[in-house]
Ligand binder design. Structure first.
Ligand SMILES: Nc1ncnc2c1ncn2[C@@H]1O[C@H](COP(=O)(O)OP(=O)(O)OP(=O)(O)O)[C@@H](O)[C@H]1O
Ligand SMILES: [Mg+2]
Length: 332
C-alpha cells in the first residue's frame, strides 16, 4: 500500500472505542526495528527500493495520446473539487527503458469511483504504481496534478502522506515487521504530518480494533509479519485494513477482488463502500463486473496498450462481461 486516509473523523479525532479488547501484543524483534526507521519511511517498505521516482530529466516534449479520455460525468459538476488530473502520462520501465504508459489521460473529482479495466498486460497496474512513485518506473512525459500539487515532483512517501493510497495487486511481504507495528508506524507518520501526537500501543489498538471488525479480520493477524505467509485472500483483506487505518483521499485499489472467496469478496467490497465519503475518491482496477455491481463506479475506463481508449458507464463492463474485449472494440 501507500498511505493516506479517507478523511476519516477518527484520523483527526482519535476517540477510542468504549470497551476495546486488551491488546495481545507479544514482544517481538520487530519492536526494535520500529524505532530505527525514520517516521514516514515505513511507507517505502512497501515499494521494493527507495529510489525516488521523480520525473525523468529528458521529458519528451509534445507527447500526447492519440485518444483522450472522453469528457466525464464530473465535467458537469464544476463545484466538485478536482482530486487527480493526469495528462498525457508516459512512463518506461526504469531498467529496460521499455515504454509501458503511452499517454494516459484521466480526471478524477472528489467523491468519484473510477474503474479501470483492460486486458492483461495493458498497463493498469503500471499506471497505478507510477502514480504512487514506484521505483521500477520512470516517468518520461506528461503531468499529474494531485490536489493541486505536482505529484511527479513528490517522493513516494510524500505522496502517501498527501492522501494517496495504493493496495497492490500482489501485496508486498515485509519480513521482521509485525502488522500492528507497521500500521502504527505508518499511522503515526500521518499524525505527525498533521501535527498530532503519536499514539502509543494501547491507544493505537483502541483505534485499530473497530477497523478489524470492518474488514472482519482476526486479531491473530496483527502479530504476524506484514503479509508474510498470508493467503492471497488474507493479503487483500489486510490491504483494506491498511486503507481503513490510514485512509486516503484517493485510493488506488488494484484487483482487490482477485482470489477472494465469496465471503471475503463481500467483506472487502462492503468495507470499501463503508470507507467512501463524498470527499474521497477511488480508482478501482478490476477485470470483473461483479465488483462494480457492489462498488458503483462513476465511470469505467478501458486501458489498452498503455492508454485509456474508452470511457463509459456500467454498460461498458456489462458488454465486456458478455462478449469480451472484441465487443467493446467496436463502436459503442
Ligand atoms: N517491472 C517490470 N519489469 C518488466 N516488465 C514489466 C514491469 N512492469 C510492467 N511490465 C510489463 O508491462 C506490461 C504491463 O504490465 P501491467 O502489470 O501494468 O499490466 P496490467 O494491465 O496490470 O495486467 P493484469 O491485468 O495482468 O494485471 C506487461 O507486459 C508487463 O510484463
Ligand atoms: Mg495488473
Amino acid at each position: 500500500m501507500a498511505l493516506s486516509v479517507f478523511h476519516h473523523p477518527s484520523l483527526t479525532l482519535p476517540s477510542p472505542p468504549p470497551q476495546p479488547s486488551p491488546p495481545s501484543l507479544r514482544p517481538s524483534p520487530s519492536n526494535s526495528l520500529q524505532f530505527t526507521l525514520p517516521a514516514p519511511r515505513p511507507l517505502l517498505l512497501l515499494l521494493r527500493s527507495s529510489r525516488p521516482n521523480r520525473r525523468h530529466s529528458s521529458l519528451r516534449a509534445g507527447l500526447s495520446s492519440a485518444v483522450d479520455s472522453p469528457p466525464q460525468t464530473s465535467g458537469s459538476q464544476p463545484e466538485k473539487k478536482l482530486i487527480l488530473q493526469v495528462r498525457d502520462l508516459t512512463a518506461v520501465i526504469a531498467e529496460s527503458k521499455q515504454e509501458i504508459l503511452k499517454g494516459v489521460n484521466l480526471t478524477v473529482y472528489e467523491g468519484e469511483v473510477h474503474a479501470v479495466m483492460g486486458k492483461n498486460g495493458s498497463g493498469k497496474s503500471t499506471f497505478a504504481k507510477v502514480l504512487v512513485g514506484h521505483p521500477d518506473y520512470e516517468v518520461t512525459g506528461g503531468s499529474v496534478v494531485f490536489k493541486g500539487q505536482d505529484l511527479l515532483e513528490m517522493e513516494a512517501d510524500e505522496r502517501s502522506l498527501a492522501g494517496l493510497f495504493m493496495s497492490f495487486q500482489s501485496p508486498v511481504e515485509i519480513p521482521g515487521v509485525s502488522n500492528i507495528n507497521f500500521l502504527r508506524m505508518a499511522y503515526n507518520a500521518k499524525r505527525e504530518k498533521l501535527g498530532l501526537p503519536e499514539l502509543g500501543v494501547f491507544e493505537f489498538y483502541a483505534y485499530l480494533y473497530p477497523k478489524l471488525e470492518l474488514v472482519n479480520m482476526k486479531t491473530d493477524f496483527l502479530d504476524r509479519n506484514v503479509n508474510e505467509g498470508f493467503s492471497g485472500g488474507e493479503k487483500k483483506r489486510n490491504e483494506i485494513l491498511q486503507l481503513a487505518v490510514l485512509g486516503a483521499e484517493l485510493a488506488l485499489l488494484d484487483e482487490i477482488d482477485s482470489g477472494l472467496d465469496v465471503d471475503a469478496f463481500q467483506d472487502v467490497a462492503k468495507a470499501v463502500n463503508g470507507l467512501l465519503t463524498p470527499t474521497n475518491s477511488v480508482l478501482l482496477i478490476t477485470h470483473y463486473l461483479r465488483l462494480l455491481q457492489f462498488i458503483k463506479p462513476t465511470c469505467i475506463h478501458i486501458m489498452e496498450n498503455g492508454k485509456i481508449v474508452k470511457t463509459g458507464d456500467i454498460s461498458l463492463a456489462e458488454a465486456l462481461e458478455k462478449d469480451g474485449y472484441e465487443a467493446i472494440a467496436k463502436p459503442h
